[in-house]
Ligand binder design. Structure first.
Ligand code: F6R
Length: 365
């Protein structure tokens, strides 16, 4: 049922204030977080030597977005594994590890094989999924349901933002025994409770993103630069554009720009730079200056009121988003890029909900 919408992807993008609310329902207290599925295992997780995130595609990107806050609040090293790559390498996993599997469907073959592998190696296995009763939910030792509601569009949108929120809540729960970060945790909890209204606000950019899509409709390629919390935003924004709009797009770590990608910059190739306020802001400002000096065709995503400071000459296209707690900013920042991918697809005449060659759940290796 698409209601008033033309496509499921569109409906699911616009549903995010609601899906995020259901993800958090009953789990946020004033200064703590309650995750029923995890509470008996928190002690083991706190004593683990390493936390490893394992997933594919968008689910991997969600874990990447939440990695910094988990590292910060837990003090435990957090590493990232794409499920197929972990299996290809037979990378080492130990009994002292906590392996966190992220999968919207809970049925992705690569992720489930990596789960078998981690179980054989004795790690504590945690599942984060949107599908109650899925293989992932059944075979892990414990876990958290994201409760985003059924996602029908092949391109994952609302599951992505709910996965980030769930992992941020997991970070709050794991770090709950540390006095030194209490104020930080309380600020994030407040940020979580305000997040749905900020997401409603950013969804008002729909028309603007359609206009931007119109200006990009005939182009062959799009780059997205991000760093820190928003490296994942760059990867995920580019993944959405390539999978539904069938346009080549690459998400890149802005810190790597001068190590190769800079050679691509000219007046024609559009480059989105995510430069919202956080500890990396001044570094992103200098990236923008360097791209500008090479006459790059810039589209800058910045915090409200920052248009002047990110683009002094006024020559870039600006996407202004509300500022939220730094670790939650990826939830807000992906939304204009989801809208852009959606409109680009419709304008280019492709199938939004069923991109060619793709299936909702990839149950083969
Ligand atoms: C992209 C997308 C895929 C999935 C990936 C993992 O929009 O949907 O990249 O994220 O196939 O699927 P799950 O999360 O079901 O394991």
């Amino acid at each position: 049922k698409k209601g008033n919408y033309d496509h499921f992807m569109q409906k699911e993008i616009h549903e995010q204030p609601h899906s995020l609310t259901t993800t958090m329902r009953g789990r946020l207290k004033h200064n703590s977080v309650l995750l029923g599925g995890l509470k008996d295992h928190l002690k083991t997780i706190r004593h683990s030597r390493r936390i490893i995130f394992i997933g594919c595609g968008t689910s991997y990107n969600a874990a990447l977005a939440a990695r910094p806050i988990l590292e910060e609040l837990s003090g435990i090293p957090v590493t990232m594994e794409i499920a197929s790559d972990l299996l290809d390498r037979e990378g080492p996993i130990y009994r002292e590890d906590t392996a966190v599997f992220v999968s919207q469907s809970g049925e992705t073959a690569d992720t489930l094989l990596a789960l078998e592998y981690a179980l054989e190696n004795g790690a504590l296995c945690v599942g984060i999924t949107n599908t109650v009763g899925s293989t992932l939910a059944r075979k892990t030792h414990c876990g958290i349901h994201i409760n985003a509601g059924c996602e029908i569009g092949v391109a994952s949108t609302k599951a992505y933002t709910s996965q980030i929120v769930v992992i941020a809540m997991m970070a709050l729960a794991i770090g709950a025994d540390r006095i030194s970060t209490q104020a930080r945790r309380e600020a994030i909890i407040k940020g979580l409770s305000e997040l749905p209204s900020h997401v409603s606000e950013v969804l008002k950019l729909d028309r603007e993103m359609k206009d931007l899509a119109e200006s990009l409709i005939d182009l062959e390629s799009l780059l997205v630069f991000g760093r820190g919390y928003n490296y994942a935003t760059a990867l995920e924004g580019a993944l959405k554009v390539k999978e539904v709009a069938l346009m080549h797009s690459e998400g890149m770590l802005a810190g790597e720009m001068k190590h190769g990608p800079l050679a691509l910059v000219d007046e024609t190739l559009p480059i989105i730079v995510v430069a919202t306020r956080d500890a990396c802001f001044s570094k992103q400002q200098s990236v923008i200056q360097q791209l500008h000096a090479r006459k790059g065709r810039l589209i800058v995503m910045c915090s409200k009121g920052d248009a002047q400071s990110v683009c002094p000459g006024g020559s870039c296209r600006i996407i202004e988003v509300p500022q939220v707690a730094d670790c939650l900013q990826p939830v807000v920042n992906i939304i204009p890029l989801q809208l852009l991918a959606y409109h680009l697809t419709v304008l280019r005449g492709y199938n939004v909900d069923q991109p060619r060659n793709l299936a909702k759940s990839v149950t083969t290796q």
